[in-house]
Design a protein around this ligand. Structure first.
Ligand code: GLA
Length: 418
């Protein structure tokens, strides 16, 4: 579309000549004869309009080509007889995110290091089979309630609900059967930008949860190298809800080793200490003087094996930090830096908490991409969330969604280098 038609080239030269004060087209052609009666000023206006149209047309054609490439879809097997699609989102910088409608799983994130070398920085598998089952919840959307519910029970509006237990005495990440990490969602690519929306109806009574809950999760990749995650949900009965993204990152590249040399800053002065079952005690404790103080950038491995009771109980870091916030908008929650590659991940969120989990339960039993064995602490998660077990802690920010309300949360993973 760079080359314009002969007529328009001619008009261009007429425009140039007019501008130079000659007032005649460079070549004779039909365009001239129809326009020859016009005053130079009118003619200039027509030419300028034509040029604008040509340029706009060309820009539109290029943009639509880019948008066609912005989301690519490829079949990724079937589950429960339903097709699974892998959506690849690509931005103008060549950053790519692969996500699928099984579990809303993010399978890959390919970003450059400080020298421009791309690497996949999330743990995962090359085929769908690897994700079924997926005990560590690699890359998945977790819900209906991310993290733990003590003793698999809570009371709401005078009624006690019982959930399946899958973590000692607790319910972890929603339960057992129809948890959001292992159901088939409907996928719909966004029009005109690299993004995909996954929707799912969690039925009243599924895994013991109340209400038909319609959930919508959208991943959008921006040209600022941000992966934006928008969560939305509505219900027809009051229900607890807590949605999070369970990607395991290794900013040096997945499978390259442990994440202990990464350097972390958390925008959090307090955390929620846990008991021996990793259930919050209800206290909001200051991080000051503890190994959970990441208010200034600190190497993850520096205190991860300290004798501090919370570290011992968590087998490392597996805690919810209370994000310092002003208002309820997007706040920076975390910044992680990996010194060899220079990659930086910043996490911002509208949620009140973030679970920093250092992959303490990865034990080499999962073999992922390229035959990489995922050993202890080979990845970290920054799971933005409501506080664990909130339905049993009336003092924590409420996680109850009522009919007529819309649950909306946003988390942004921003990738850069330094
Ligand atoms: C969360 C929990 C961890 C662990 C992982 C999944 O991060 O807090 O304790 O259960 O999920 O393995």
């Amino acid at each position: 579309m760079i080359a314009a038609s002969a007529g328009s080239v001619n008009e261009y030269w007429y425009f140039v000549d007019s501008f130079r004060g000659r007032g005649h087209p460079r070549h004779e052609c039909g365009a001239r004869s129809t326009l020859s009666g016009m005053m130079p000023r009118q003619f200039l206006t027509v030419c300028a309009a034509l040029l604008t149209l040509i340029l706009a047309g060309s820009a539109l054609a290029q943009a639509s080509k880019r948008h066609e490439q912005a989301v690519q879809q490829k079949p990724f097997g079937t589950h429960d007889g339903r097709p699974i699609t892998l959506y690849t989102l690509t931005n103008a910088n060549g950053v790519e995110v692969d996500a699928m409608n099984y579990g809303g799983i993010i399978a890959s994130i390919r970003v450059p290091d400080r020298k421009g070398q791309f690497a996949d920085i999330v743990l995962g598998h090359e085929s769908l089979e690897g994700y079924v089952p997926n005990p560590p919840y690699l890359g998945a959307i977790v819900g209906r309630y991310a993290n733990r519910i003590a003793n698999g029970t809570f009371t709401l509006d005078g009624k006690t609900y019982t959930l399946p237990k899958n973590d000692g005495p607790n319910t972890l990440h929603g339960g057992v059967d129809k948890t959001f990490n292992k159901v088939v969602w409907d996928g719909e690519p966004l029009k005109g930008k690299p993004g995909v929306t996954f929707t799912y109806l969690s039925k009243d009574g599924d895994d013991g949860w109340p209400g038909n809950l319609k959930v919508r999760v959208t991943y959008t990749l921006t040209n600022d190298n941000e992966l934006v995650i928008d969560y939305e949900a509505t219900t027809d009965k009051a229900t607890p809800i807590n949605l999070s993204q369970h990607s395991y990152f290794n900013l040096a590249g997945e499978g390259t080793g442990d994440i202990l040399n990464h350097e972390l800053t958390l925008n959090a002065d307090r955390f929620t200490p846990v008991d021996k079952n990793l259930i919050p005690t209800g206290e909001l404790r200051s991080v000051k003087g503890t190994p959970l103080d990441f208010t200034s950038s600190t190497r993850v491995g520096e205190r991860i094996d300290s004798g501090y009771d919370q570290i011992v109980l968590g087998h490392g870091y597996d805690h919810n930090w209370v994000i310092n916030r002003k208002g309820d908008g997007l706040m920076l929650a975390a910044r992680m830096y990996e010194p060899t590659s220079g990659r930086v991940l910043e996490v911002s969120t509208t949620q009140p908490g973030v679970q920093f989990y250092t992959g303490n339960f990865l034990d080499g039993r999962v073999t992922g991409k390229k035959g990489h064995v995922y050993k202890r602490r080979y990845g970290f998660c920054l799971e933005t969330q409501h506080f664990p077990d909130s339905p049993n802690h009336p003092d924590f920010p409420s996680s109850i969604l009522k009919p007529g309300e819309t649950f909306r949360q946003k988390t942004v993973f921003k990738f850069s280098t330094k």
